[in-house]
Ligand binder design. Structure first.
Ligand SMILES: Cc1ncc(COP(=O)(O)O)c(C=O)c1O
Length: 230
């Protein structure tokens, strides 16, 4: 099902075109010619950021690990995560014995009063959240929730790490990431490109599902497919 030959062709072409760059030491921010390309692509997702503030990492996983390690301007150390959350990140914080707090997230969202209490009373460095297509719940925060989270972060000097790993699966052109609602510059937006090959598989699977099922909630379906690790 996956267009393997097309993918192979692209990889070969990229190696051929960039052979002088690919096998040398890179720059800490990633391939310089790629950054403006990524900037244009992110703008399509309503993520308008200066190329100077963009960094290419070997996936979201590496970006998370760097963010856990580097000091933040708020001088704090505790990471707040939704429960449930991305299992590999949970393993990461446990393995490294990082100070961590959790906030319950259900299909109905999170308790914003509880979020405010945690922001106010704990020394939260950043709140790791998946506003869109949460894994494993498959749900998405409403516009109001995204706005409120951004406001609370500003009020209590907390940063937000937004994991938008499934952004390419969005069909609603009006659904913007939390980053777009953050007027205060508190959100560090992470976008994964490792899901692009899988996206084709997901799209194929979705088209095979009955219309009513799609209407009932494409988000749930994504969660199922994701849980199957397609
Ligand atoms: C929620 C979430 N974030 C990030 C990733 C990984 O992204 P990357 O492959 O870019 O490290 C995954 C992988 O499945 C994921 O489920």
């Amino acid at each position: 099902m996956f267009p393997y030959l097309d993918f192979q062709h692209c990889i070969n072409k990229a190696i051929e075109t960039y052979r002088n760059d690919l096998f040398l030491y890179g720059t800490p921010k990633g391939l310089p010619t790629l950054i403006p390309v990524i900037a244009r692509h992110l703008a399509n997702h309503q993520v308008f950021a200066k190329p100077a503030n963009m960094f290419i990492t070997a996936g979201v996983q590496q970006a998370l690990s760097i963010l856990c390690t580097i000091p933040f301007p708020n001088g704090r150390e505790t990471v707040l995560i939704e429960q449930p959350s991305y299992h590999l990140f949970i393993e990461y914080v446990q393995l490294h014995k990082l100070p961590v707090k959790g906030i319950r997230r259900t299909a109905q969202g999170i308790d914003l009063d509880e979020l405010e209490r945690l922001f106010r009373t704990e020394k939260i460095k950043f709140f790791y959240t998946m506003p869109r297509f949460h894994s494993p719940l498959g749900t998405t925060y409403s516009r109001k929730e995204k706005q409120r989270i951004a406001e609370l972060a500003q009020q209590y000097d907390v940063y937000i790490v937004e994991d938008d790993h499934m952004a390419d699966l969005e069909h609603d052109s009006k659904a913007d990431p939390l980053f777009a609602y953050d007027r205060f510059g508190r959100t560090i937006y992470l976008k994964s490109y490792s899901k692009i090959p899988r996206e084709n598989i997901l799209k194929l699977d979705v088209s095979n599902v009955k219309e009513e099922a799609v209407e009932k909630g494409i988000n749930q379906l994504m969660a199922v497919l994701h849980a199957m690790r397609l």
